[in-house]
Design a protein around this ligand. Structure first.
Ligand code: HEM
Ligand code: NAG
Length: 243
């Protein structure tokens, strides 16, 4: 059974539900006690970077990752939640020495990304907490691969950069246009293990929770959505304007 799961994760479904499940966790974190503060911090940061121009910010977050807080938030989210907790089994292709131990060729290695991501000797005593500016304020952890949610090494996820960008753009666009409001009667479970609806699943999804989106400015929402629609219609090339 575990073998079958490993093959499915490794070959079929690199991108299967991973973005969706991680994106849902963005909203869950924005519905926590500090969620409102983080939304305003990101909003203010983007307004500063893009001179208060919402449409320009809305377009640009798809093309560049200028908000250091936004980048750190997504990095921390991926560290906190290894939605594929056990990385598919891989075999070593050559002998190597690691921490004084010789690892022979042909050995099966299974990386427990969830455990590695919460290693207190590396991330510190607050490793189990979600600290969105962790990678901003702690240089000792702010280096590749940052966390093990994409795996590591030559067989790591090929879509790391694409995934980071999609999640960053989703977070920024949400906070630019909306206030994410929690539903006090259906709060999300944000514990990095207990959040999972079904821990047998190939990709872990968060248990259902309640929330709503309140437009910051309805006319601006309409404007940005029509910008997106037209960009798709033309040739996805509104980037040219800003490069
Ligand atoms: C948050 C989003 C994602 C996560 C957490 C994720 C996670 C992973 C993991 C854990 C692996 C196995 C890595 C290893 O064995 O070391 C993997 C492999 C892979 N992923 Fe992703 N992935 C994500 C998004 C995507 C997307 C969007 C795509 C495609 C568009 C994709 C394509 C692939 C491919 C092709 C592989 C196989 C690489 C290989 O076998 O050499 N992934 N991913
Ligand atoms: C992702 O981007 C970094 C920084 O530009 C680059 O060094 C790395 O090779 C990229 N990774 C992949 C898998 O394309």
């Amino acid at each position: 059974m575990d073998d079958i799961k490993c093959i499915c994760v490794g070959l079929v479904s690199g991108g299967f539900e991973t973005i969706g499940s991680t994106a849902s966790l963005i909203f869950a974190q924005l519905c926590t006690e500090n969620g409102e503060l983080w939304q305003e911090r990101l909003y203010d940061d983007l307004m500063k970077i893009y001179d208060g121009d919402i449409v320009k910010a809305y377009q640009s977050v798809l093309l560049e990752e200028k908000s250091e807080f936004g980048v750190s938030f997504i990095r921390e989210l991926l560290r906190m939640y290894a939605v594929i907790p056990l990385i598919p089994a891989r075999k070593t292709s050559k002998e190597f020495i690691w921490n004084g131990v010789t690892v022979p060729e042909g050995i099966t290695v299974i990386l427990n990304a969830q455990a590695a991501n919460h290693d207190k000797s590396h991330f510190g005593a607050d490793a189990d907490e979600f600290v969105p500016d962790r990678f901003l304020k702690d240089d000792s952890v702010n280096h590749p691969p940052y966390h093990f949610t994409f795996g590591a090494g030559s067989r790591a996820c090929t879509a790391v950069n694409l995934s980071n960008r999609i999640l960053y753009a989703g977070l920024c666009r949400t906070c630019l246009l909306f206030k994410v409001k929690k539903d006090p009667s259906r709060l999300p479970v944000v514990d990095y293990i207990d959040f999972a609806e079904d821990r047998q699943a190939q990709t872990n999804w968060i248990k259902e929770f309640g929330m709503s989106l309140e437009p910051r400015d309805e006319a601006m929402v309409e404007m940005c959505f029509s910008v997106s629609k037209n960009a798709c219609k033309e040739d996805l090339s509104y980037s040219i304007e800003y490069n």
